[in-house]
Each structure stands twice: as structure tokens, then as C-alpha cells.
Ligand binder design. Structure first.
Ligand code: URA
Length: 217
């Protein structure tokens, strides 16, 4: 049931023309990838060049670092669902070349019509925002990534939301050998196990409810 609705949402999203400029400059709409039944959803800001070319989120240099951090937790991309707040690469054409830029507020708002149903169909227990822009979008406008990363916050989108450092930032600060990389690994660990715990609690409370209903009859 969810699989069909999800497929339909993806099909519609791939045809989106809400943002004039992004519709012209994109190669692919990058909807998302991973396990739609996962209790944990990872949400970044928006696709870059490699993601735009391949149509898959987090597959460039930053994506490889993210994948390594997942692997260091014995996880693969298929244990989580990965997407972005904006589904098209935001860039400007300068001298015939595509130059990345942050998505505008209008583009981010336009894309909520895909992100919000995507979140509600997946219905994750926990959302891990990858980087400050995603955290500012989904947690709080004045979110302070260095001070508030790794902390749980209540959310309207999931039971719980958390943010971690963006892998591009970690690459600029020394990559896998930096202490920032260790923080990313630690945050993913904390997020995944909290998400699993919340999911198993939800499952057992559903089965308690079902059992007590069964006792009524
Ligand atoms: N950065 C993001 O925020 N998302 C991607 O998919 C790739 C890089």
C-alpha cells in the first residue's frame, strides 16, 4: 500500500516543474534512495553535480564520506532512507558552466510538497538532518549546528529529530582523520539506535493494543 503511494509520489516528483530555473538546469530530479521501511531518515540540503548526473542522493565525495560513516556503524545505505530537502541541483549558469549555489527559500518551499508526503509515507521514528541548512529548515531557523548537533529534538515530522555535521564540511576540515568525522559516526550511531528503539516500542505497543482488543472478543 505504502509502496504504491510512494511510487506514485516519486513519479509525480520526477516531472515537477515548480521551479523555472531548476527545471531548465537539472539533469535528473533526485528523489531519494534507500529503505522506505527504515525507522531512520537522513535528509541533506540538496543534490550536487554528481547526484544530479546520477539521480541518486549523496553519491559524490561527500556521499562517499557519509557512506563510510554508515559502514563504520555496520550500516549500509539500505538500512536507512536518504533524501534532501530540495530534489534538484541548485546552480547558476556562469559562462556556460553550472556553478552550485544554495537553494533559495522559494525553491525550498516549493519542494516541501514532495518532502512532506515523502516523510509521512516513510513515517520514520527519527530524522537525522545532514548539515546546518537541513537543520535550519526542519528543526529551527536559528539552529546552531556546532552546539546543537547530536541532540534530540521533538518534531512535527517524526517522533524525534537530530542534526549532524555535513560531510562536505568534514572534508574541508580534514576528512576521515579529523575529530569531526568521529562526531558524524557517533551521531549516526545515536540516531540509528534511538530510531530502532522507538520503532520496537511502537511495534510492541501496537501488539499490546491488538492483544487487548483480541481479549475483548
Ligand atoms: N550534499 C547534500 O546535501 N545532498 C546531497 O545529495 C549531496 C551533497
Amino acid at each position: 500500500m505504502i509502496d504504491n503511494s510512494f511510487k506514485k509520489l516519486k513519479e509525480e516528483c520526477l516531472k515537477c516543474v515548480a521551479c523555472n530555473q531548476l527545471t531548465k538546469t537539472r539533469t535528473n530530479v533526485v528523489f531519494g534512495e534507500g529503505n522506505i521501511k527504515s525507522p531512520l531518515m537522513l535528509i541533506g540540503e540538496g543534490p550536487g553535480e554528481t547526484e544530479d548526473l546520477k539521480g541518486v542522493p549523496f553519491v559524490g565525495k561527500a556521499g562517499q564520506l557519509l557512506e563510510e560513516a554508515l559502514q563504520d556503524n555496520n550500516l549500509t545505505r539500505n538500512d536507512v532512507y536518504i533524501t534532501n530537502t530540495v530534489k534538484c541541483r541548485a546552480c547558476d549558469m556562469v559562462d556556460g558552466k553550472k556553478i552550485n549555489r544554495p537553494p533559495s527559500e522559494e525553491e525550498t518551499n516549493n519542494c516541501r510538497k514532495w518532502l512532506l508526503p515523502q516523510i509521512s509515507l516513510i513515517d520514520p521514528e527519527l530524522i537525522l538532518c545532514i548539515g546546518a541548512p537541513s537543520a535550519k529548515n526542519l528543526i529551527r531557523k536559528n539552529f546552531k549546528i556546532t552546539q546543537e548537533r547530536g541532540l534530540y529534538f521533538p518534531s512535527n515530522y517524526a517522533k524525534c529529530i537530530m542534526a549532524t555535521l555535513h560531510p562536505s564540511y568534514i572534508l574541508r576540515k580534514g576528512g576521515v582523520n579529523s575529530s569531526f568525522y568521529e562526531l558524524l559516526v557517533k551521531d549516526i550511531c545515536k540516531a540509528y539506535y534511538a530510531a530502532k528503539e522507538l520503532r520496537s516500542k511502537r511495534m510492541s505497543s501496537t501488539s499490546i493494543q491488538l492483544n487487548s482488543r483480541a481479549e475483548l472478543f
